[in-house]
Design a protein around this ligand. Sequence first.
Ligand SMILES: [Zn+2]
Length: 331
Amino acid sequence: MSKFDKDTGRDEFFVQRDKEVNSLVDPATSKVRADLVEKVDCPLCGQNDFTVLFSKHGFDFGRCRHCTLVYVNPRLQEEALIKHYNDKDTFNDLAIQFMDSPKQREVNEALYDTFFAKLGRPARGAKFLDVGCSAGFLLNYARNKGYDVYGLELNEQACELAEKNYGIKPQKKLLENCDYPDNSFDVISMIGVVEHLPHPLDTLKIVHRLLQPGGVFIGQVPNVQSLVVMVLHQLSRTFTGRDHLVYYSQKTLHDLFKRVGFSTVETFTQFHGRDSILNYFQLLDPFGAENYDFLPQAFKNWILDPENFKKIENKMHELGLGLKMEFITRK
Ligand SMILES: [Zn+2]
């Protein structure tokens, strides 16, 4: 296990997640059971023109020949998805534990600092809605910055923790089922949520409607054109057909926001994933413990020199090759 995974408790989360995903597979076909899935058209452009790229854990991942969106098809039916997010015994509880680890908080806060620096100071009474707010970390941060905060979260344990730790009471609802008035929020956020949405256009149209004119929508998705994905392909952990239904590139994410009607879109990347790539270079498990023993000596000296690596990292982010893609878009 990598040190980051151990420090945050992600290691247990991934073991549990793989077990659950494998339990959906029909051993006769090596595919997810036919009674659980449905075929879908491209969630971005609506066409049915799809090249399968690879299969993993019984799911097929493919790319739309029309708009280049990468997505899972067929995918779990919506009832199964919603049941999964509501299920008290699923991986979500472990996910919440790792989100709550000190190491993970440190990483999150670095990201929040970047977002809030770009947002500037809120006006008095500015309203902030976090969709999929987990145990309320971001909302607590936003409240400390001066926002009135609102959260939506389906997982029971996360809602309880938000209340216990921060006195924040998320609504246990989907955005689609909320009755907030139009133009009511200054900022809406979805950190690690857009890739889970079965109907991203419909859901983001609601986000757009709930934002005030000039309001801002921020968030983070996995980057399907990250260096990690380009090197590891289907080994990348982001490819989980049960949870992540859609995989955005800079192009397809911009397309999505333009189709919804947002006026400006900015994307950037902040994390690199170097060590899983270096492990893979050495024929090791990319997500095993960091190991540099089998790298050519000169290469090892060069890439582990912090000054050199800083240059590589800066170039990666300049080229948009980071592990995750952050976005800031305005109504
Ligand atoms: Zn398409």
